[in-house]
Structure formats: C-alpha cells, structure tokens
Design a protein around this ligand. Structure first.
Ligand SMILES: [Zn+2]
Ligand SMILES: [Zn+2]
Length: 430
C-alpha cells in the first residue's frame, strides 16, 4: 500500500499537463503536511479555554509564514497579523475548542483524550487556517491591505469571541472592515459550499424557572399547591408562544429541556425547576419570547392560586449567544466568487439553522464590519450517496460518530478562504 501512492502520483504527474491553477497546485503540495497537523490536532482535542497546545500550533505556523503573532488573547486566543500595504483589514477566524464527547468513529487517529473529541470539526478549521496563512503569505504580490487571522477559543460555550474582543481584539490589533469564517457541515456533501444571506444562526438564550408550590402529603392535595401540576401547565402554555404569538413567518424555538421536581410517590414537593432553551433570529422575536415566558409563568401561578409572594422566579442566564448575520453585500459577492471558482454545482444557498455561533460577536461589536460565516460540506461522498442525501440518516455535528472527509473539507476551505481573502484585499480596488 505504501508504494501505491508515489506510483499513482508519478503516473498522474506524467499523464497530466501542467496545471493552469497555481493556487490548487500549492494547496495540493501543502496537503500532506497539513493532514499530519490535522491528525495531530484530532488526536489531542482540548476543551473550551484550554486550547493551549492547539493555539501553540497555530501561533508557530503563522510565525513561520511571516505573521506578527500574539498569544493569550482572550485567555488562549491567537492573533496573527500580516501587514501588506494600504487597503482594507480582513479578519479570518478559526475556532479551536473540542467537546466533552467520547469519540466512537473508530478512526486510526481518534482522540486519545478520554471523554474529549473534535466532534464539531474545529480541527478542520484550524488546519485550513494554517493553509490559508501560508497561501496568503506566499501570494503577497497579489493583494494589498492587512490580514488578521485569529484562532478563537471557547466557541462551544459561546464565550471565546467575547473574551477576545474584551481583551482588545479591535483596539490592540488592526480593526477589521470584513470578517470571514467557515464551518464544516454535516448536512452537505464533502467539498461543496453552502451559504445563507442574512440570519444564518440563531440567538440562543437559556432561561431557568423556579416554580414554587406549597408541599405536603400526596393523599391531601387540597391542603397543598402542587408545583408539578403548575409547572406542567407552564410547559404546555409555553407551546403557544411559537404557535399563537409570533408572526408565522418569523422563526423561534422554545424547548423545555429539563423538568425536575419531587422525591417520592406520596409527597407533593414545594418546588419544581424548568430549564428552557430559547432560539430566535431578530431582537424583536427574542424579546417577545422572553417576555412571554415570564408572563406565562406568572399568569399560570396566579391561575393556580399561588400567593403574591410565591410567584415563579424566572432567570435569564447571561450566557446569551447572539444570532449570526451574514451581511448582504459581502454574501452576494462571495456567492458569486465561489460559484465562479468552484462551479455552480458545488455552491448552494442553504437554509438557516437555529443552532448558535459566537461568530456573531465580530459583526455586533462593530456593525460596519461586514461578516460572512459559510459552510464547507464534510459528509464523505459514499456516505452521502448511501443516505441519498437524507441527513437524518447521517451523524450530525457533535455526534461521537462525526468523521468528515477531512482532506476535502480542508482543501476546499483553503481554496475558498484564500479566494475570498484575495477578493476582499484585491489590489487597486481600494
Ligand atoms: Zn459545535
Ligand atoms: Zn463548531
């Protein structure tokens, strides 16, 4: 088997005419080394804000490529800057953290860290980031401006972007006019590109409700106020927020993910606890849902006859992740560029999702900063074909079985990100 690759490569080299595409040739030449880095990152995943090893690998690679590199930005973040004359400031972002998931892919390079896995594919993001840094450094004569490349910690807990911004990302370093990132996708075949114009990922809020009751013996309900029945009514009434209160053409999710109460068959407890995830795109719908949850909780408690001093306590957790918005002009330009580069078959407008991404923070911190987060398909073609494109039959992101076609994700992402960067920083257009 070992001999086959050089022979195939040799045969191709003899048979194929000189390629007319220097970018793809350079990416192909870089891929063996990048795949070694990818395997290394995949074997050694690190949880949010603990990306010590990963960030050192990015920092080292960027330094070698000629970037000025700062580490420890927002705890474990990396900022690599390449100044190349007048022009816009482009920020490219890769997130670095893994998840508390026990890998079950069976890959030869599976995680060796117990209970931790790159199940969201951030290792493909980091590897492509290194490839893009090298390409942009090598192609300096083709662009003008400033390139800021960041390795962001803690995306999975929605805190890393905020941590980097708080640590001076826009004040200590050149402030971006355009920000771009990609994410691998478990809903697109490997090597394709998906994008959404406008809202692409949702506002994510977490709400806790402490439902108070008056506990007592299960045989004497008339002497109590049962918080389980009250909390159950609240859960049911919450369903009407989406079905009856928001505009049918808007999007939202209210999911009660946890309902905890009681200890035993014959005891009516004195409280019940609900944990709710709330998803939306617009600030208006977000407010409508959060206000509605508080109103329904209180209203149901009043209907149950709870005294004024025992109303439910509704708490909005402060770990809010804002919706990710792809700005229209940049999205349209990139959709055109990608279609021209990859062909229309490989580039498609896809549906927005109600998942969360803290990439949103970079645009929100400065609304003049245009932003795009696009998808690079990762589902191996054979698996895609076997499932006939039915994604419910395929492992999703965060699944212990998620094993993207990494070479295709990485090479496509480098090609797309470099194409995007060269377009944004094109010479003589600014
Ligand atoms: Zn994730
Ligand atoms: Zn992710």
């Amino acid at each position: 088997m070992i001999l086959r690759f050089p022979l195939v490569a040799l045969a191709l080299a003899i048979a194929a005419p000189a390629s007319a595409d220097p970018l793809n040739d350079a990416i192909a030449a870089d891929m063996p080394g990048l795949m070694a880095t990818y395997h290394d990152l995949h074997i050694h995943p690190e949880l949010s804000f603990r990306e010590i090893r990963s960030s050192a690998i990015l920092a080292e690679a960027a330094k070698k490529a000629g970037f000025e590199v700062s580490t420890g930005v927002g705890k474990t973040g990396v900022v690599a800057v390449l100044r190349n004359g007048p022009g816009p400031v482009l920020l490219l972002r890769a997130d670095m953290d893994a998840l508390p998931v026990t890998e079950q892919t069976g890959l030869t390079f599976a995680s060796t860290v117990p209970g931790v896995m790159h199940a969201c594919g951030h290792d493909t993001h980091m590897t492509a980031w290194i490839g893009v840094a090298r390409r942009m450094a090598a192609m300096k004569d083709q662009w003008s401006g400033t390139l800021v490349m960041i390795g962001q910690p803690a995306e999975e807990i929605g805190q890393g972007a905020r941590a980097m911004l708080k640590d001076g990302l826009y004040s200590r370093f050149p402030k971006p006019t355009v920000t771009i990132a990609f994410h691998d996708s478990a809903s697109l075949p490997a090597g394709t590109i998906g994008y959404v114009d406008g809202y692409t990922m949702a506002n994510v809020d977490s709400v806790d409700i402490l439902v108070k009751g008056i506990g007592g013996h299960g045989a004497y309900p008339h002497l109590t106020k049962d918080p389980i029945v009250l909390a159950a009514r609240i859960v049911t009434s919450l369903q009407t927020l989406i079905s009856r209160e928001i505009d049918p053409l808007e999007s939202g999710v209210v999911t009660v993910g946890s309902f905890q109460a009681g200890t035993k068959h014959n005891i009516i407890p004195s409280e019940a606890k609900l944990q709710i995830t709330v998803r939306s795109y617009t600030p208006e719908v977000r407010k409508q849902l959060l206000d509605g949850i508080a109103r329904i909780a209180k209203g149901e408690a009043i209907a149950a006859g709870m005294p004024d001093d025992a109303m439910p306590i509704v708490t909005l957790q402060d770990q809010f992740t804002p919706a990710t918005f792809n700005t229209h002009k940049l999205t349209a330009e990139m959709a055109d560029r990608f279609a021209a580069r990859f062909g229309k078959d490989r580039v498609r407008a896809v549906r927005a999702q109600m998942g969360g991404e803290d990439f949103s923070e970079y645009h929100l911190a400065d609304p003049a900063n245009e932003a795009l987060l696009f998808w690079v398909g990762g589902v191996p073609q054979a698996k895609w074909d076997a499932a006939k494109g039915d994604v419910t039959k395929l492992p999703s992101l965060h699944s212990p079985f998620w094993a993207p076609d990494a070479p295709k994700v990485i090479s496509t992402a480098i090609e797309a990100m470099t194409t995007a960067a060269i377009h944004v920083l094109a010479k003589n257009t600014h």
